[in-house]
Design a protein around this ligand. Sequence first.
Ligand SMILES: [Zn+2]
Length: 94
Amino acid sequence: MSRKLLAFLLSELTTIRIICSRDVCRAVTEVTPDRFEAVASRGMCPVCNHDLIPSSSHNSNSPFLKLAQAIAASQAILAKEGTAQIEFVLPDEE
Ligand SMILES: [Zn+2]
């Protein structure tokens, strides 16, 4: 049995989709990695203002915000320093 894999480098990540889980919205917001932090820091759907994370997590320790900051900072550092590449691998289930 062979499996296909989809792999991409962090440096190749150009678009992040934030998908609102509110049934009446389901908006898909696409942002570039450097704009992700702005959406993450707000913590709300740009379309319906639904909380994207629990309201108790709307602070500087928000994992959503940390993820956004880590992606942007890692892309910038790795592009500048070239010390490593980070690759994400997704199995393509058939
Ligand atoms: Zn929404």
